[in-house]
Design a protein around this ligand. Structure first.
Ligand SMILES: [Zn+2]
Length: 167
């Protein structure tokens, strides 16, 4: 059996244009609703698990580790440190922020979980893991029950941890 040369292979398809629309309703649940309502009042509300002491921000209703109902919400001061981050430096469809910009996981003081948000008021190449940041809230008329109530986080000017310093 010998291999006959067949027709030339077609070029690989790398993209397809297609109209796409999806409407959905997000149900926050009892736990996250408290957190989202807090955002409309410039409050970051966390909850502690009475079983394992894990502090959640944002808090669900039940601990994901031991399934215990979390304690009453309490307010954090909003400050935290950058646990990790990435610099988005390329445009993509639907993007609402001009690149480059920084998205970070923020480890709030007093919480055990991380919250993801934008980092602003600092050049992307100045952002460091361990950098302390604080929320920059939108104006009174723009506050709502969503993360958009926080415009971004900005450095407090205090570096915590040796990993935050330049090599
Ligand atoms: Zn727990």
């Amino acid at each position: 059996m010998s291999a006959e040369p067949g027709p030339p292979l077609p070029q690989p398809i790398t993209s397809v244009k297609s109209p796409f629309r999806m409407d959905y309703t997000y149900v926050a649940g009892a736990g996250r609703s408290v957190f989202l309502r807090g955002l409309a009042e410039r409050k970051l509300l966390a909850r502690r698990c009475p079983g394992c002491s894990q502090v959640y921000l944002p808090p669900p209703e039940f601990c994901s580790r031991c399934l215990t109902e979390l304690e009453a919400p309490f307010e954090l001061d909003g400050r935290g440190t950058i646990a990790t981050f990435c610099v988005v430096s390329f445009p993509f469809p639907g993007q609402t922020i001009e690149a480059p910009y920084v998205v970070a996981h923020i480890h709030h003081h007093g919480a055990d979980t991380r919250l993801m948000h934008l980092i602003g008021d600092v050049a992307p190449d100045e952002v460091r893991i361990g950098m302390e940041v604080e929320p920059v809230w939108v104006g009174e008329d723009q506050l709502t029950t969503s993360m958009t109530s926080i415009r971004h986080y900005r450095p407090t000017g205090v570096a915590i941890g040796s990993e935050s310093t330049r090599a």
